[in-house]
Write a protein that binds this ligand. Structure first.
Ligand code: GTP
Ligand code: MG
Length: 350
């Protein structure tokens, strides 16, 4: 809808949940993502804004603290970060040359430990379990340090224990099942290999890249790669904010591939938004056909009778038809734009 201002509440709402062990880098990733996308980029036309200035200022402060050597405090209270993703499609053509809000993003950050606690009453675990099946995308957060060496069969159980991989797989299966019961598509699954700089610096055996680690992740979390699921594995780093043993240290922010996971997840989400938009098209076409049929019954009469008896009714039907056509055209344009964003976002994630 060209030129039409859409506030956050009118945008499609996308929920992302993070699943990862304690200290795996969940909160740091969110901070890095905020830094990358709030700044905006020249090579792509997408940017993020926080839903409130208070949040924006608090996150900026946390970023400054991180650079000064004070990493985010362990997450205690579950936090929902509310962002809006905006984007522009370059070029001419029906979908080009416009910038619009694309999605309202709710990013849910929990203390890692929550996912191993029993839900009771309104405790964190209960809230966590309530949110998880509402997630359009699940970000699985794995600390890259565990993959410096191959995950051989004799290491596999220990690595699964440290990364909580089996619990994560279990929760993903559960969330998919709950969504299916509610008639919802499965979530897209994004695997974040965080602190990738710590893997790259690890030279004793050297030579491990994303392709090797990908195989390890597949062996640890086969559920993520289940048939019919959309998934992607990303290596990310926000800067050398801890040493090889994991002790925090002062560093400069150095973002690597930070926004790609969000682009991928949004691309997957927009595929479903497009489907929902086109589902709305059918009833609109039926309405249009009904109006056209009523008009045809009136214009069947000879012109003299039409103008004598039905002038006002014919005018009314014609106005209804014009309005319905405009409604369908607006939906089609919106659908074309969303489909184009979907394509661009997915390609930016490659
Ligand atoms: N070298 C390096 N260290 C990182 C990176 N990202 C995070 N860290 C370090 O990892 C530690 C843990 O990060 P957090 O973001 O607090 O982890 P978390 O998963 O939110 O932890 P909980 O909230 O306790 O579950 C911090 O001390 C950071 O300094 C990175 O990209 N590189
Ligand atoms: Mg945290």
């Amino acid at each position: 809808m060209t030129g039409h201002y859409q506030d956050r509440d009118s945008l499609p709402r996308m929920t992302i949940s993070m699943l990862g062990a304690d200290k795996s880098g969940k909160s740091s990733y969110i901070l890095g993502m905020f830094a990358a996308l709030v700044r905006g980029q020249l090579h792509h036309q997408y940017a993020l804004s926080a839903a409130s200035q208070a949040v924006s200022i608090a996150m900026q402060q946390e970023l400054d603290d991180l650079c000064a050597g004070n990493p985010p405090k362990p997450t205690d209270e579950p936090k929902t970060h509310e962002f809006t993703l905006r984007g522009g499609l370059a070029g001419a053509g029906r979908a080009g040359g416009v910038q619009t809000g694309i999605a309202a993003l709710d990013l849910i950050d929990f203390r890692g430990g929550t996912m191993r606690e029993l839900p009771e009453g309104d405790n964190d675990a209960a809230r966590y379990f309530a949110r998880l099946p509402k997630s359009d995308s699940i970000f699985v957060v794995l600390d890259s340090r565990y993959f410096r060496e191959p995950v051989t069969p004799d290491r596999q159980h220990a690595v699964a224990q440290d990364t909580w991989a089996y619990r994560i797989g279990d929760l993903i299966g559960w969330a998919i099942e709950k969504r299916e019961e509610a008639g919802l598509a499965p979530p897209s699954i994004v695997v974040l290999l965080t602190k990738w700089d710590l893997l790259e610096q690890w030279q004793p055996i050297g030579g491990r890249g994303l392709a090797e680690v990908y195989d390890d992740v597949q062996a640890l979390l086969p559920k993520v790669f289940g048939v019919g699921l959309e998934q992607y594995v990303f290596s990310v780093s926000i800067g050398q904010f801890s040493d090889l043993d994991g002790n925090p240290r002062q560093a400069t922010i150095n973002l690597s591939s930070i926004e790609k996971p969000v682009f991928f997840a949004t691309g997957c989400f927009l595929t479903h938004v497009t489907e929902r938009l086109y589902a709305r098209r059918e009833p609109m076409l039926a309405d249009r056909a009904a109006i056209a049929a009523r008009l045809a019954m009136l214009t069947w009469w000879p012109p003299s009778i039409q103008s004598l008896l039905f002038r006002a009714r014919i005018d009314r039907r014609r106005a209804e038809l014009t309005a319905k056509d405009a409604e369908i055209a607006a939906l089609d344009l919106h659908g074309t734009q969303i489909a184009e964003h979907q394509r661009v976002l997915r390609s930016l994630a490659e």
